[in-house]
Design a protein around this ligand. Structure first.
Ligand SMILES: Cc1cc2nc3c(=O)[nH]c(=O)nc-3n(C[C@H](O)[C@H](O)[C@H](O)COP(=O)(O)O)c2cc1C
Length: 165
C-alpha cells in the first residue's frame, strides 16, 4: 500500500522547506561564464540547468535576479555552460562566491565569440541567449547552442542535499 507523502496544509510554502525538497534532486554542477561588453569576465555556479530542445539545440539556465552575471546575459552576450568534473569542487565554490577574482587560478580559453570555456571540464556548451522569461526571483535564460566541446573526464561533480558528492 502506498503511504501518502507528508504535505503541508499551509497555502504559504516556506522557502527553506521548498529548498530542502528540491535538494533531494541530485544535480550536476556547472559554471556559467560570460564576458560583458567591456571584456570583464563573469560567472557563477549553477545547478538549475536543463536541456530544452535537440533541433534546434537549446538549453536553459535559471539565474537569480540579484546575480551580477545576469546583466550581460540580459544584454544578449554569449555564455558558456561548463559542466564540472568531480575534481573541480574548488572551482564550484569559487564561482559560488560573491567576492574576489573568481577566475584566479582557473584555466580557460576564450573562443572567437568571447565564450569562456573552462579547462578540464566534462563538456562546455557555448550559447547565445534566445529567450528570457521571468521565473519568480530568477530569470530563465534559454540559449541557442553555438558550439560544444567534449572533455574526457567521466566523473561529474554532483550536488545533493547541500553537499558536493
Ligand atoms: C551548488 C550551487 C548551485 C547553485 N545554482 C545556482 C543556480 O542555478 N542559479 C543561480 O542563480 N545561482 C545559483 N547558485 C548561487 C550562485 O552561484 C551565487 O549566488 C553566486 O555568488 C552568484 O554570483 P554573481 O552574483 O557574481 O553572479 C548556486 C550555488 C551553489 C553553491
Amino acid at each position: 500500500m502506498l503511504t501518502a507523502p507528508a504535505v503541508t496544509t499551509n497555502s504559504m510554502i516556506e522557502p527553506a522547506m521548498f529548498q530542502q525538497a528540491l535538494s533531494r534532486l541530485a544535480a550536476g554542477t556547472t559554471v556559467v561564464t560570460v564576458m560583458d561588453d567591456n571584456g570583464i569576465k563573469m560567472g557563477l555556479t549553477a545547478t538549475a540547468v536543463t536541456s530544452v530542445s535537440l533541433e534546434p539545440p537549446m538549453l536553459l539556465v535559471c539565474i537569480n535576479a540579484n546575480s551580477q552575471t545576469i546583466k550581460p546575459l540580459q544584454a544578449g552576450r554569449p555564455f558558456v555552460v561548463n559542466f564540472l568534473s568531480q575534481s573541480q569542487q574548488k572551482i564550484a565554490t569559487q564561482f559560488a562566491s560573491k567576492t574576489g577574482n573568481k577566475f584566479a587560478g582557473v584555466l580557460y580559453y576564450t573562443s572567437e565569440n568571447d565564450g569562456i570555456h573552462l579547462a578540464n571540464v566534462l563538456s562546455s556548451v557555448e550559447c547565445t541567449p534566445e529567450h528570457i522569461y521571468p521565473g519568480g526571483d530568477h530569470w530563465i535564460i534559454v540559449g541557442r547552442v553555438q558550439d560544444i566541446q567534449l572533455g574526457c573526464d567521466p566523473n561529474p561533480l554532483v550536488y545533493y542535499r547541500g553537499q558536493f558528492l
